[in-house]
Ligand binder design. Structure first.
Ligand SMILES: Cc1cc2nc3c(=O)[nH]c(=O)nc-3n(C[C@H](O)[C@H](O)[C@H](O)COP(=O)(O)OP(=O)(O)OC[C@H]3O[C@@H](n4cnc5c(N)ncnc54)[C@H](O)[C@@H]3O)c2cc1C
Length: 457
């Protein structure tokens, strides 16, 4: 690979010019935790090949990340152990630095006289703050590659989209061009003398066994597991998806969101597999709508809406209607602790909360109902938003994700939705309740399955 590949280059943008050192190209891996199907790694490798440099990958581990628990860390570290092993075989050393990127990277880059720094794209505040600080503090050129979206988020749209119907045509115009197969990462031909730097990398396996003590990480993590789950879904779940995805009593969704969230699985690989499947187009379209349009709409929201997790991030009509109904009498008001313990008057809601806590996941349809009841049962919309985000980020394995912030903002603040019939507390925000759920699925069967511990996943 000594000529530049346009398909790789168009997914990258330069964040900062700088002085190239003599050492390796450095990929700071963060959101896209995989060795295969990773455009950021491919771009870094292309850059290293063209410049005849070694390539190293660095992960910066911090003890606290947006309320992540030991379940999240265990899932993540197990996945990263696999990435490290795979990269080792490709002559790409992988460093684990136990500090925040702004503390660790400037020093690391200086010490190895790095050639350039590459990061993967993430629209969330913390990563963008880190990037901003790194732009100030590092001397080398700094690039960013969108390895998470099929069409780079900054390229598909330059502004905050109003709803799916405004983003969809933009995606559709570019989709065939960007939804391609992904080339493999190569065995890297330029090696680097690790010992010369004296840099110590922590061991993933030591950290994983430390964190295993909670014993709760049920879903196996890592690229291989993610690919297996994706293959299984495309072979036997995809055909049923249109009819059964809204029924929490059957395994109708793919269940792939934790793998997509941690980057164990590339959304583009999954979309490519689905688009190549022999099923009729109408069977594949609903899944591709969620995986591409809805998912990329969430990244668009978080990229262009600084208040993606606050009342200020709601559309004007929604803020207005929620303000008008601020003083409406609430029949029930619960504290955060009541909600967290699943201690409300509604059995279905309590079962959802227990399901979330026990299994690290709530069905997509129930997530909507669950968040809307939090709006109904808290004193102000700001508290509802705060509690829903806290619970989602703490208990959901796929939490702390743009999909989560957009999903909660949709349910509580009308983001990407429209005004509905006005009613108390909700104003014109779309309403949902248990009666509606009963029309869709066997509510009592779902509740029983949660408490009997025999939920189908
Ligand atoms: C209140 C609320 C909170 C949510 N929190 C999260 C979260 O923390 N993390 C998360 O990944 N998703 C979240 N979602 C979106 C959606 O519910 C999940 O992505 C989906 O249920 C994940 O299960 P799955 O992988 O089986 O989905 P599938 O139905 O199999 O869909 C495949 C993939 O498409 C994407 N997708 C599906 N539905 C949506 C959607 N509505 N918006 C954006 N992308 C979607 C996801 O990447 C998903 O993994 C939330 C939605 C709501 C209403």
């Amino acid at each position: 690979m000594n000529r530049r590949n346009l398909d790789i280059d168009r997914r990258c943008r330069r964040l900062k010019e700088g002085q190239r050192g003599q050492g390796p190209v450095v990929y700071w891996i963060s959101r896209d935790q995989r060795a295969d199907d990773n455009w950021a790694l491919l771009w870094a490798q292309q850059e290293a090949m063209v410049r005849q440099k070694a390539l190293v990958v660095v992960f910066c581990l911090i003890p606290e990340y947006l309320g992540a628990t030991s379940n999240h860390y265990t899932f993540m570290l197990r996945g990263l152990t696999g990435v490290q092993k795979k990269l080792q075989k490709l002559h790409i050393p992988f460093f684990l630095l136990e500090q925040s990127p702004v503390e660790a990277l400037p020093c690391f880059l200086r010490q190895i006289d790095a050639h350039v720094l590459v990061s993967d794209f993430d629209p969330l505040r913390m990563k963008r703050q880190w990037q901003k600080q790194l732009i100030e503090e590092v001397a080398v050129p700094f690039y960013e590659v969108d390895a998470h979206n099929i069409i780079p988020a900054w390229f598909v749209s330059e502004k905050k989209e109003y709803a799916a119907y405004t983003l969809r045509p933009k995606i559709n115009r570019l989709r065939d061009n960007f939804l391609t197969d992904i080339p493999p990462v190569q065995k890297h031909p330029f090696e680097w003398n690790l010992n010369a730097t004296g840099f110590n990398s922590s061991s993933f396996s030591a950290l994983t066994s430390d964190r295993d003590s909670t014993g709760k990480g049920k879903l196996p993590s890592g690229e291989a597991e993610a690919q297996l789950a994706a293959d299984l879904f495309v072979d036997s779940g995809l055909a049923k998806y249109p009819a059964s995805r809204n029924n929490p009593c059957v395994q109708g969704q793919s269940g792939l969101s934790p793998y997509l969230h941690f980057g164990n699985l590339s959304a583009q690989r999954l979309a490519w597999m689905v688009s190549k499947s022999e099923l009729p187009v109408e069977d594949k379209a609903p899944f591709l709508e969620e995986l591409i349009v809805r998912r990329e709409l969430s990244d668009n929201f978080c990229l262009y809406e600084p208040g993606y997790d606050s009342f200020a991030g709601f559309p004007e009509w929604a803020r207005k209607t929620l303000d008008l109904h601020r003083d409406d009498k609430r029949e029930y008001i619960y504290t955060f602790q009541d909600l967290e313990a699943g201690n409300t008057h509604e059995r279905l809601w309590n079962a959802c909360q227990v399901d979330l806590v026990q299994n690290g996941k709530l069905h997509g349809y129930l997530r909507m109902y669950w968040a809307k009841k939090i709006l109904e049962w808290t004193s102000v919309p700001e508290a509802a938003l705060e509690y829903a985000i806290l619970l989602n980020d703490r208990y959901s394995l796929d939490g702390r994700d743009p999909n989560g912030y957009a999903g909660v903002a949709w349910a509580i603040g009308g983001v990407h939705d429209r005004a509905w019939k006005e009613r108390p507390v909700f104003g014109k925000i779309r309403y949902m309740n248990e009666v509606g759920c009963r029309r869709k699925f066997d509510v009592d069967g779902y509740i029983a399955s949660v408490y009997n511990g025999d939920k189908q996943r």
